[in-house]
Design a protein around this ligand. Structure first.
Ligand code: TPP
Length: 941
């Protein structure tokens, strides 16, 4: 056993770390010492002993480690200690650790040749003791736990440097999962994923690079000055995607879903998604010849060519695979969560009760910009979804298309971190940096990333460091702002040229073959262009917007549910498994849901759950997410029950005997932007599913404004893409201040046109029941925005009866149920909760001359129902629109002209509500009460 007195603590610690990783890796005598728990060890190195003990307690040792109290092992003869060698081994271990941790600082990642910063810890001569060549030759490599061949440090050091400080570099040591770190070290150092290519593979890679470059250069020449957002400088991205697709297919995926911005998109469309050259050339031609303009989606206004999504099928060595590129807006990174949601939908089996997620079915690939990745907060929100039960997609491959510039902004002005990828470190994802001019290394990076993802089902980031051959787009002059870089790039041979030269030099190909590739690509493009030109004048085939949704049918949809069925579902929803203890207070509340079917009083929570349940037995899947949504922000829902004794959970709506579709319910992370984007993506890929997202308070939905503006309301017009995504937005003025009152109804109304969305604000739970069912059953899918209640959730008057669910349907306008129409001279029309404020006010009893009606659907505006309503009051003189929102908010400005249109001659329209305001509501509850009362008095008197 080693003599522990006077031991070099650093050395011993390093050995211990190795031992904890793999006990066999340390010399036998040290192993016995660590396993002995020897009192000498405890005395000499208390820190070490504590570590060992902790390791034992954590139960994560590879071998059982004896407790310190165990009897000491029989004394062995202590080996003679060679002080110089011991010190050398410690320094060597520190060096290996430094190379693994900080090697990237010395790596040659920049194709433009900028000097890496380096780090003193990576230099053997600066270590203590200095690792001289002689000493290096004395240090056995076996002690260093490295995975490269060699007898001594002198043998392995150059190889380690090549691996960690070459044209690839790795950041893995921040990962807290020990197994992942160990796996990555072995995978990286063994070179398993960076094997040399055979000649056939090299030829294919060069051919691919030739196609990528040839395509860009052809467009550049043929359409000088037109925006193409050239990929050049990051050309290798295309073969990297090829590789990732083949590997995904090999792992059993049926689909890969891509999200990317403008950079290189046309090339990816052509070469990865397989969109024909002609179709892309047609769009370029369209910009200069009206004749060739691509027709817009029916009734829509279309989008620029580098935003359009696409779908393709690709043959791989292991079978066909579907490739989907999501349509996206200019708003950088906004598509990230959409891609995750789409992928998740593809992965989910919705014939199971809770929706079974099989991540092997589909894989997401996100291509980011180096300025956008650290700059756009949605990236962090999306990364945070990676490991959440309701959102995980089994690992996303992130590829940062790093051209070292954002428009004209240098990295130093664009981020506070060294690397563009640093954000991902906080999520424990491995980061592989690779020089985009080393094509083979780039493929190696993909293989490693895919193998890691396959093994650990988690995200991986590849930071592909290249450059941008032209300006931000083809109309920009890069030398205005980055003169040195632009000059440097002008001298830079393309990756194809470099690779071709290398292959010719090593004899893998001849110069003639290389040149042949280029002429073939050129010829292919020319032919496609000629074929296209020959069609000019023939009329342009319309872009196929297959699956375009028919116009809304709305009222034809039967939303009433048979009484017996509702009774049976209600009973089932109130059952829990034997031995399950519902919280007694909650049990009482839920118990009330039993009698409401006969006595009335079906509240919001119950109506909602019955509506969901009725859909499930009809085979319609439902997904509901949002902050604290399982219980409901206002504690009104309780879809998920928690056993009061054991904490176990039970979700009755997932246990319905006759359900044939899944019910997914998840509390979401505290995000709006990524969560709404995700659900949008999910709803697009699962058009048969009722996907609902609920805001904590509707006020927070503007955190998802990009998802709303750029996807939900405009997707149909831009890309022919819609869904039945339903946003549940608690809304209403209850004295809770400017950020707990308004879901900004006015914004949604302003965005509503061409029947792109539906907007409702219902006042009874039955209306809500029918609205949800209509939303799920209407063959015409559209997003639905619902202003949902807060206080009303429990107001008796807003509750409904069984008959309302059995016989009714959603009614866009509710006339006054109490006042006979004949004598009515004054009609108050309002929407939402203010109705109950009006009928509950002391001035309410205003006699037979005033009626109060409710507008339950705000968009599409129910013109006919509104006209019918007005016509039903023959003596009407005045229509008063009452709202609690300020005059510049709420529904007023969007529906005023609609109301005017519906009025007969001589009937006047008047506004009652808050005046124009900069902030949606008062801050003080008393101020709120005063203002609310003023509005009601003015309306009623
Ligand atoms: C959210 C958002 N803000 C600003 C812009 C304007 N913009 C378009 S491209 C660009 C630079 C992007 O740089 P990077 O992410 O590095 O991608 P690159 O164009 O270099 O590939 C900017 C600022 C945008 N499209 N989206």
């Amino acid at each position: 056993m080693p003599d522990v007195d006077g031991l070099n603590t650093g050395f011993a610690s390093a050995l211990l770390e190795q031992y904890l990783e793999n006990p066999e890796a340390v010399p036998a005598e040290w192993r016995s010492l660590f396993e002995s728990g020897s009192p000498e060890l405890v005395a000499a190195l208390p820190g070490l002993a504590r570590l060992l003990e902790q390791h034992r307690e954590d139960g994560n040792g590879h071998v059982p480690v004896a407790a310190p109290t165990a009897p000491p092992a029989p004394q062995a003869v202590a080996p003679a200690v060679d002080e110089e060698l011991l010190g050398g081994v410690a320094a060597a271990m520190a060096l290996v650790k430094a190379i693994r941790t900080h090697g990237h600082l010395a790596a040659r990642l920049d194709p433009l040749g900028s000097e890496p910063v380096g780090d003193p810890a990576l230099e053997p001569e600066r270590l203590e003791p200095e690792l001289t060549p002689e000493l290096q030759r004395r240090i056995p490599a076996g002690l260093l736990r490295v995975h490269v061949p060699g007898e001594t440090l002198a043998d392995v050091l150059p190889r380690l440097r090549e691996i960690y400080c070459g044209t690839s570099a790795y950041e893995i040591e921040h990962i807290s999962d020990h197994e992942q770190r160990v796996w990555l070290r072995a995978a990286i150092e063994s070179g398993r994923y960076r094997r040399p290519l055979d000649n056939e593979e090299k030829r294919r890679l060069l051919e691919r690079l030739t196609e990528v470059e040839g395509f860009e250069r052809y467009l550049h020449r043929a359409f000088l000055g037109q925006k193409q957002f050239s990929i050049e400088g990051l050309d290798v991205m295309v073969p990297m995607l090829d590789e990732a697709i083949d590997l995904a297919a090999e792992e059993g995926a049926h689909e890969v879903v891509f999200g990317m911005a403008h950079r290189g998109r046309l090339n990816v469309l052509a070469h990865v998604l397989g969109r024909p050259y002609e179709s892309i050339l047609r769009e370029f031609e369209g910009e200069r010849t009206l004749e060739a303009v691509v027709s817009d989606p029916e009734g829509g206004t279309g989008d620029v060519k580098y935003h359009l999504g696409a779908e393709g099928t690709r043959a791989t060595p292991t079978g066909d695979i579907t490739l989907t590129l999501a349509s996206n807006p200019s708003h950088l990174e906004a598509v990230d969560p959409v891609v995750e949601g789409r992928t998740r939908a593809e992965q989910t089996d919705r014939s199971t009760r809770a929706g079974f997620n099989d991540a092997s079915v589909a894989m997401p690939i996100l291509i980011h910009g180096d300025a956008s990745f650290p700059g756009q907060g949605i990236v962090a929100e999306t990364l945070n979804l990676a490991d959440l039960t309701g959102y995980s997609t089994g690992g996303t491959l992130h590829l940062i298309a790093n051209n070292q510039i954002g428009f004209t902004t240098d990295p130093a002005d664009g981020r506070s971190t060294r690397y563009s990828s640093d954000l991902a470190k906080g999520f424990d994802f491995p980061i592989i940096h690779v020089n985009a001019d080393d094509a083979e290394a780039a493929l190696g990076a993909v293989r490693l990333a895919m193998a890691f993802r396959r093994r650990f089902c988690t995200d991986v980031v590849i930071d592909l460091v290249g450059y941008r051959r032209y300006g931000h787009n083809e109309q920009d002059e890069p030398a205005y702002t980055q003169p040195l870089m632009a000059a440097r790039i002008e001298r830079q041979p393309s990756v194809r040229e470099q690779y071709a030269d290398a292959l010719v030099e090593e004899g893998a190909l001849t110069r003639e073959e290389v040149d042949g590739f280029s002429s073939q690509v050129e010829a292919k493009l020319k032919e496609a262009h000629e074929r296209l030109k020959a069609t000019f004048g023939e009329g342009v085939p319309a872009v196929a917007y297959e699956g375009r949704i028919p116009a809304s049918t709305e009222s034809d949809v039967v939303t009433a549910v048979d009484e017996e069925r509702l009774r049976a579902l209600n009973d089932e929803l109130l059952q829990v498994p034997d031995g399950f203890t519902v919280n007694p207070k909650l049990a009482k509340q839920l118990e009330r849901r039993r009698s409401t079917l006969d006595e009335g009083g079906i509240d919001w929570g119950q109506a909602e759950e019955l509506s969901f349940a009725s859909l499930l037995v009809d085979g319609i899947p439902v997904r509901l997410t949002g902050q604290d949504t399982e219980r409901g922000t206002f504690s009104h829902r309780h879809l998920v029950l928690h056993d009061a004794q054991t904490g176990e959970v039970y979700t009755p709506v997932q246990s319905l005997r006759e359900a044939t579709a899944s019910f997914e319910v998840y509390n979401s992370p505290l995000s709006e932007a990524a969560c709404v984007g995700f659900e949008y993506g999910y709803s697009v890929a699962a058009p048969e599913t009722l996907v609902c997202w609920e805001a904590q308070f509707g006020d927070f939905v503007n955190g998802a404004q990009i998802a709303i503006d750029q996807f939900i309301v405009s997707g149909l017009s831009k890309w022919g893409q819609t869904s039945r995504l339903t946003l549940l937005l608690p809304h209403g003025y209850e004295g809770n201040g400017p950020e707990h009152s308004s879901a900004r109804l006015e914004r949604f109304l302003q965005l509503a046109a061409q029947e792109n969305i539906r907007i409702a604000n219902c006042t009874t739970s039955a209306q809500y029941f029918h609205l949800l069912r209509r939303q799920a059953l209407d063959p015409a899918a559209r997003p639905l925005i619902v202003m949902t209640p807060k206080g009303l959730l429990r107001v008796k008057e807003a509750a409904s009866t069984l008959a309302d669910l059995v016989d009714g349907r959603f009614r866009p306008v509710l006339p006054d149920p109490y006042v006979a129409p004949d004598d009515v001279k004054r009609l108050i029309l309002c929407s939402g909760k203010v109705y109950y404020d009006l009928v509950g006010h002391e001035l309410y009893d205003c006699g037979p001359k005033t009626a109060i009606a409710r507008l339950e659907q705000l968009y599409p505006f129910p013109s006919e129902a509104a006209a019918d309503l007005v016509r039903s009051y023959p003596k009407l003189r005045r229509l008063v629109w009452v709202q609690e929102e300020p005059q510049n908010m709420g529904a007023w400005r969007a529906i005023r002209h609609r109301l005017e249109e519906s009025l007969p001659e001589g009937v006047k329209l008047r506004y009652v509500g808050r005046p124009w305001r900069a902030s949606p509501s008062e801050g003080y509850p008393t101020a709120h009460l005063r203002e609310q009362d003023r509005i009601l008095r003015e309306a009623l008197s």
